[in-house]
Design a protein around this ligand. Structure first.
Ligand code: ATP
Length: 581
């Protein structure tokens, strides 16, 4: 079958960039998917996600300004200085390409119509070109697309390769759309979702669906080197509530380090972050330890990697562990700050899928798998607690040892991939009234006045995530808690995603000085949650919203995607609890 014309895709993308209604987005997507076929749906889904391959493969476009400018320059027949001048005026390279190519349009007679496959192929080759001469190869590949593109298509192409095309469609929308396609079977949504949770690959799920392979979707098993989407913990206020909720449970220490999903096949080990990025190169010490200490040919397990002070036999704070998140001087740092891996979950081993097994069983098998006596790979500490007293005593011991708190786990529950459920309940040391911090998405920033004018930074406007509406609703303006270094770094980072208008996926009545695309997540502490006439989080027609009182920055959470931020639902729950107390 012929591949879809790229102009069709560009039309839909242009429209989506401006839409905030999830219904409309789903309808547009469904129309697009219906016009495609089983051989191209996979790349089409990736394109809609703004990627060329699943994130866990590490294959990324990330074309910088300089490279894109050179490609535009070649095709528009103008020097780079001219491109930069237009870019400066327009503030957007996609728009720049469109304008310059419009001028050139009449002369480009030898244009070939672009189809989606060609575009996807070139994108993939750009993403994977490496080594000597690769810059030039990338410029050529991009220029080839631009030479054959209509000006409007060029805009979309440039924004895409730079990662600046913001379609505002998350995985739930794509899953909804896919289940709409298979309208004969309404019960399909949960099994599509589970298949996605097992493999973190929507392209694969869509392809199987188009091929009619329903059984394969339904029986999707974990596969080594495809990360499984992580199980997440609910929160409760104290030990008594936890025991009331799940009864006798296993209580584990909550280690405050990096969550790693470890995949092993013989000597080949890969490590994935909480958001399924490949982290293997950063942690050679963990890779080495896993090779020696995990006694299975094939395994997928999870653990927390954390820095440990051998001399004082204490866990080190997250601020120390995080220094291992780096691309350079990896081995020096590994020697200075060695990590220990505290394994807490077994998901798969030697052909057996453990995700559906109860915790008790998973834990037992995990204990067998880890070599005894290793000081680098350990089983997380755990005790059985039947009473709140027992749970509390263990909690105090954990805090004493320098841990963040505990996780109580339902011994009968399966591993709930990709969801926040009461199978795991977290209890953290509390700072004041709130039992937990918030992970919020930055939607804008303020310019500095007075002393802060020199950084041109005066604070952040943040939002919680509304899962159902796939939008970000404002909850707090953060003006304090920033060091000078942080101000500089935040400003620099946010500059890259600034937006002339409020992005469609943002719902806020408060306007910052500068809007940004909702991509950065920050951890925020606060005194309490209060009603607010200004903020939109938790707001229903005619009612009031919720805001954080005295919010302050704890840290940037680069391990979280915007969709992993604290949800509006969670804020509402926390507010309810606070009112009850
Ligand atoms: P937080 O910011 O509190 O770490 P989170 O949103 O990253 O929260 P949650 O699901 O709320 O994640 O809490 C579980 C997290 O706790 C896991 O992501 C993991 O990184 C960490 N963790 C530490 N020790 C354990 C353990 N023994 N079992 C499970 N998770 C653990």
């Amino acid at each position: 079958m012929l591949s879809m014309e790229f102009s069709k895709l560009a039309d839909v993308f242009e429209k989506m960039e401006k839409t905030s209604s999830r219904l409309e987005l789903t309808a547009d997507l469904a129309q697009l998917f219906r016009q495609s076929n089983a051989s191209e749906i996979r790349s089409l889904v990736y394109l809609c996600q703004g990627i060329v391959a699943p994130e866990f493969t590490g294959i990324e476009l990330g074309v910088g300004d300089k490279l894109a400018e050179q490609a535009i320059s070649r095709v528009a027949g103008q020097d780079v200085e001219r491109i930069e001048a237009v870019y400066k005026k327009e503030g957007d390279l996609g728009k720049t390409a469109e304008l310059l190519l419009e001028k050139k349009a009449q002369m480009l007679l030898a244009r070939e119509r672009l189809d989606t496959k060609k575009v996807q192929d070139n994108f993939y080759r750009i993403a994977t070109a490496s080594g000597e001469g690769s810059q030039d190869t990338k410029i050529k590949l991009l220029a080839e697309l631009l030479a054959n593109a209509e000006p409007r298509e060029a805009k979309v192409i440039v924004r895409f390769v730079q990662g600046r095309l913001r379609l505002g469609i998350g995985s739930p929308t794509i899953l909804d759309t896919l289940s709409m396609l298979a309208k004969q079977d309404k019960s399909l949504r949960p099994s599509l979702e589970r298949a996605f949770n097992m493999r973190s690959d929507l392209g694969l799920v869509a392809e199987l669906l188009m091929q009619g392979k329903m059984k394969e979707i339904g029986d999707m098993k974990p596969s080594v080197f495809s990360p499984i989407r992580p199980a997440l913990a609910e929160r409760l206020t104290d030990a008594k509530e936890i025991i009331e909720k799940i009864g006798a449970c296993s209580v584990e220490g909550k280690y405050d380090g990096f969550r790693l999903q470890v995949h092993k096949k013989e000597d080949h080990v890969e490590l994935f972050s909480r958001k399924q990025e490949k982290m293997t190169a950063m942690f050679p010490d963990v890779v080495e330890a896993v090779r020696k200490d995990v006694r299975a040919k094939e395994a997928i397990l999870e653990g927390e990697a954390i820095a440990f002070d051998e001399a004082r036999q204490r866990f080190l704070p997250f601020q120390v562990t995080i220094q291992r998140r780096r691309k350079h001087e990896v081995s020096e740092k590994a020697k200075q700050i060695p990590l220990k891996l505290y394994a807490f979950e077994l998901l798969y081993a030697d052909g057996k899928d453990y995700t559906m097994e109860p915790y008790e069983k998973r834990r037992k098998e995990l204990a067998k798998l880890i070599r005894k006596g290793s000081d680098r790979t350990r089983l997380s500490d755990a005790v059985m607690a039947k009473t709140p007293q027992k749970l509390e005593t263990f909690f105090e011991q954990c805090i004493e040892k320098g841990l963040e708190g505990i996780l109580a786990k339902d011994v009968k529950a399966p591993y709930v991939a990709g969801a926040r459920k009461f199978a795991w309940i977290k209890l953290k040391r509390s700072y004041g009234k709130m039992t937990d911090t918030f992970d919020l998405v930055v939607i804008g920033y303020y310019k500095g006045k007075g002393k802060r004018a020199q950084f041109d930074f005066g604070g952040l406007l943040t939002a919680a995530y509304d899962e159902k509406g796939e939008r970000f609703r404002s909850i707090a303006r953060l003006g304090t808690g920033f060091t000078e270094e942080q101000m500089k770094a935040l400003r620099e980072e946010l500059e890259k995603t600034k937006s002339a208008e409020k992005p469609p996926s943002v719902d806020s009545e408060v306007a910052p000085d500068v809007w940004v695309q909702p991509t950065m997540v920050v951890e925020v502490n606060a005194d309490e949650i209060s009603k607010s006439p200004m903020h939109t989080c938790g707001k229903r027609e005619g009612g009031e919203g919720l805001a954080l009182r005295f919010p302050r920055l704890v840290q940037v959470r680069s391990d979280k995607r915007p969709e992993d931020a604290t949800t509006e639902e969670e804020v509402l729950e926390m507010y309810e609890r606070q009112q009850q107390r």
